[in-house]
Design a protein around this ligand. Sequence first.
Ligand code: HEC
Ligand code: HEC
Ligand code: HEC
Ligand code: HEC
Length: 448
Amino acid sequence: MSLGRKGPPEPPLAGEVLDQRRVKAELVVDAWVAGGIDGAAIGAADWALGADWIRGLMTRKGVPVLAANLVCGEEHPFPGGRVVEVAGRRVGLVGVTAGEIPGCTVGDPALALAETLASLGETDVVIGLLPLDVAALGALGAGPLAIDLAITGGVRPPEEGKVHFPAFEAGSRGRQVSILDLSWTAGATQWMRTGQAAELAQRISRTETRLRDAEARIASAADAAARARFEKQRDAYVQQIDRDRTLSAGLVGGLANAIATSEVMLGAEIVDEPKTAALVAGAKAHLTSASPAAASLPVPHRIRAGSPWAGSDACAGCHPSEHAQWAGTPHAHALGSLAAVNRAADEACWSCHVTAAHQEGGPNLPSAVGPFRDVQCEACHGPAAAHVAAPAALHPVRTPSASVCTTCHDGERDQGRFDLESYLPKVSHATAGGPASATAVPPSPSGE
Ligand code: HEC
Ligand code: HEC
Ligand code: HEC
Ligand code: HEC
């Protein structure tokens, strides 16, 4: 339950981007409150929106934040846990926080949680909200804390068996809802995912094969160093098998409570909930009015002199057939697609629908897009102002590689649709109208 996002570390947030993230964070929180929320944890990416601002938001909206390890001054601004009654069961919720918070100390999550857990009283299940990084999560899960299952904030949970509780990753971008169905088995103390028994049996058999392999290699190792390496592998496999057998014994003995998981994709077939839809519409209107420069479609005009970028208009004269072909591809109106859904000013959207975003001489903000609108020639061929000035002497990249495509067709935002073999012909200039050529090249003597 974190507002955070995935991806590489970012520079400190400021200006337009910070404003937009805050509008969106507030939208998410409003939607939580509208839908009913029993517990939330604040992660590092959330604090990056401004510690005072986030605290103010959570308090103002009445979000039941749980942060066992947060101490500001002498006080805990939020409790570490609470118990809610659901269908006659006592569900314990505990949470921690991570990140840099001016004026506060973020303590060791394990110590803080041990104290919180001791204060909860009788519970039927305890759910941990743990927006920690993988290392901290692993350390916590290796310890003896009485947490039955965990929800992580945007990191893939450690492998089962390495932590003592099943862990689930909170989704990102609000595209899906994850549902955990809990059912109790009399006398059971552990929690297991449905289907986990079969998966474990498979994993044990796979590891056993690897173990036999490692043992064979030890027997035939060429030297002491190789032997030591294979022995290390063997030990790791033995440990893995032990862990999995222990887990599996709990399952097969019928001693586990069951967690069935499902995910509902929020596609067009799911009708919008009216209250939430109104909140989204409000936030979008706010984003558009907060960034008027970018809200209206930027008028194409020439890129300033001295830039490494030239813009597609500058190529048309000498490469008319490539230009005509490109103009017929979706790339040539990529920003229009965002504008059509009122998202051209959205800091989370614009960068793949324009050219040269975050590159030297290119735009850093949606309001700075101007002549860099759409996926232009130079998005694939690289900056080409030098080539325009001296076409024969300085060439841009002739054949952009697939890695150029996948900076935007990243497999996540496009929901894995990209497939080079079928996509390349759709943008290739050659397929559109015979062999592409530059008209500035003198015609060959044969007159072709
Ligand atoms: C003044 C004319 C002119 C302009 C403007 C121009 N080009 Fe070229 N371009 C050429 C010529 C001529 C060649 C072939 C050069 C050669 O073979 O020596 C060429 C070749 C290329 C090649 C192939 C390079 C290679 O190694 O074979 C690419 C890609 C290219 N241009 C892209 C662009 C892009 C993108 C723009 C706009 C930013 C652009 N050109 C603008 C004249 C131009
Ligand atoms: C700067 C980002 C960017 C780069 C680089 C890029 N694309 Fe795209 N591509 C897009 C966007 C955005 C769209 C959606 C355009 C729209 O419909 O508004 C798109 C759409 C497409 C489509 C149309 C898909 C469909 O059927 O609707 C194809 C095909 C495609 N790209 C192929 C490629 C290939 C191949 C490369 C690399 C040689 C590439 N793209 C490089 C951003 C990019
Ligand atoms: C990481 C790059 C990236 C980001 C960020 C991105 N897009 Fe796109 N977008 C693409 C690509 C690539 C396509 C083409 C997908 C295809 O057809 O294969 C696309 C296509 C689209 C299309 C065209 C039709 C469709 O639905 O496929 C729309 C509309 C769109 N994006 C909206 C958005 C919105 C809204 C956001 C922000 C919430 C966004 N995009 C952020 C890369 C991106
Ligand atoms: C989506 C990526 C992409 C965009 C956008 C793009 N190109 Fe290309 N271009 C390629 C690829 C890939 C090749 C390699 C040959 C092919 O597949 O056509 C290429 C090749 C070329 C060549 C070499 C000669 C040829 O046609 O094979 C020229 C010249 C060229 N492009 C010019 C342009 C110009 C001018 C624009 C903009 C009007 C443009 N390209 C936009 C991907 C792109």
